[in-house]
Design a protein around this ligand. Structure first.
Ligand SMILES: Nc1nc2c(c(=O)[nH]1)N[C@H]1C(S)=C(S)[C@@H](COP(=O)(O)OP(=O)(O)OC[C@H]3O[C@@H](n4cnc5c(N)ncnc54)[C@H](O)[C@@H]3O)O[C@H]1N2
Ligand code: MOO
Ligand SMILES: [Mg+2]
Length: 425
């Protein structure tokens, strides 16, 4: 008698997987290797940024009170007493009707409280001496300046001690700039999970092998390795397993001693050679679900054993791809303490009719162009073409009759560097 499985909703399945996440520890990495990692600690500003009042423009630093009353018919003149670029600090104190010629990024000299842009001045005598500190150049202005005008103040960007990013933030290029600003050489980040990849199926050929009757090349293994790479994790690839229970059990047992999580593909349905259910049983793993009300990937199975996940993704490539993005990736990110574990979700206009009725939620591999989303061609569970072409998944809820071009639909964007903090679907 074939086993009858009870499907649960995708949201329920996502929640069950999330609830089992075991947090990984942390480690220090050099800042050059921190891109893509998850912060283990909040990032606190180590000092004020900027660290000194500075000029945001190329111009002249003056005392604002000296500019009072300046007008087109009554221009006020200043004597230039020094000349500095970014990196230099003037030893002059700006006195009455004096100015320091100052370039963008240079520290504001003592006494000055405003900066006049070069364009707002008329030079009246000589030219500023680029090399020298002494110059008798002068200029006039035609409007008064307020105290603080055109100054980039110490601490205006970040205050010493302020929390800039919470733990669980993704380290992206902007974060690297932040870390570099504070002089970090190393950073405490969540450890990366060790994730095993085991493709199962007697039909599977290694990459580079010639096709043989009845056989196919293993596309799921390399695909999952790349899905892991997309989140900064290098998978540990096991040789594809033939559909023989004892061998498979040995490989899975071995993998579980080496990995925090094992992703298998294939063998989770009800077929005579679908051995993963028996593997879970022999291992004594807790099966969280083995049927999800979704297409593709309805037979996706997730189990846990001793704090380790066993993701039993379907062998069908589109189902495998989808199962990874919906369940495995968010779980791995949760293990790392990430704040935004779910795939980025948006809504878009459906570019063409999608007529199929949906008893189960349907995840349609699709191409999203920023406004419209169009199914990426042949879209069955076994499709490879549409995962190859697509950059998005259209989400059509279960219990619907099909959709028309122009309808607004939910879309998952799996390629985003960082995902969503909430599961909205
Ligand atoms: N009587 C039933 N049959 C099936 C059911 C069902 O409910 N009742 N479910 C179907 C659904 S839905 C799916 S999806 C598949 C799931 O199959 P499995 O996860 O057990 O995977 P396999 O049987 O091992 O393989 C399915 C398919 O995928 C190909 N495959 C497997 N591994 C790879 C790989 N690494 N790279 C590329 N392609 C792979 C395999 O050759 C098969 O064609 O079951 C349905 N059947
Ligand atoms: O698990 Mo299947 O992908 O619904 O064809
Ligand atoms: Mg099968």
């Amino acid at each position: 008698m074939v086993e009858i499985r009870t499907p649960i909703s995708v949201s329920e399945a996502v929640a069950r997987v999330q609830a089992e996440a075991v947090r990984l520890g942390s480690e220090f990495v050099p800042i050059e290797e921190a891109y893509g990692r998850i912060l283990a600690e909040p990032l606190i500003a180590a000092h004020d940024v900027p660290f000194f009042d500075r000029s945001p423009y190329d111009g002249f630093a003056i005392r604002s009170k000296d500019s009072v009353g300046a007008s087109g018919s009554g221009r006020v003149a200043f004597e230039v007493v020094d000349h500095i670029g970014a990196g230099a600090v003037s030893d002059k104190k700006v006195g009455k009707r004096q100015a320091v010629r100052i370039m963008t990024g240079a520290q504001l000299p003592q006494g000055a409280d405003a900066v006049v842009m070069l364009e707002q001045t008329q030079e009246t005598a000589g030219a500023a001496d680029v090399e020298g500190t002494e110059t008798n150049a002068s200029f006039t202005i035609r409007k008064p300046f307020e105290a603080g005008e055109n100054i980039s103040f110490r601490g205006e960007d970040m205050r010493s001690g302020e929390e800039i990013l919470p733990a669980g933030s993704l380290v992206h290029p902007g974060t690297i700039a932040l870390l570099a600003t504070f002089g970090y050489e190393r950073l405490e980040v969540a450890k990366l999970p060790v994730v095993g990849i085991l493709s199962t199926g007697t039909e599977l050929l290694e990459q580079g092998s010639a096709l043989e009757p009845g056989k196919i090349r293993n596309s799921n293994g390399p695909m999952i390795a790349a899905q892991l790479r997309r989140m900064g994790v290098r998978g540990r690839m096991y040789a594809a397993a033939v559909d023989r229970l004892d061998d498979m059990l040995d490989t899975v047992r071995q993998a579980l001693t080496e990995c925090d999580c094992l992703i298998t593909t294939g063998g989770v349905s009800v077929g005579d050679f679908d051995l993963l259910p028996a593997v879970y049983e022999r291992l004594g793993a807790k099966v969280l679900f083995n049927k999800v009300a979704m297409r593709p990937g309805s037979v996706t199975t997730v189990a846990v054993l001793d704090g380790r996940y066993l993701f039993g993704l379907s062998g069908n490539p589109s189902a495998c791809y989808t199962g990874f993005e919906l369940f495995a990736r968010p779980a791995l990110l949760r293990m790392m303490g990430a704040q935004r574990v779910y795939p980025m979700q948006t809504r878009a206009i459906l570019g063409e009719d999608f007529g199929k009725a949906n008893p189960f939620a349907r995840f349609v591999r699709a191409v999203y162009d920023g406004e419209r989303v169009v199914p990426a061609g042949f879209n069955k569970s076994n499709a490879v073409s549409s995962i190859g072409r697509g950059n998005a998944l259209i989400v059509l809820p279960g219990g619907t009759r099909g959709f028309k071009a122009g309808d607004t639909v939910d879309v998952i964007l799996p390629g985003m560097e960082e995902g969503s903090a909430v599961w909205n679907l």
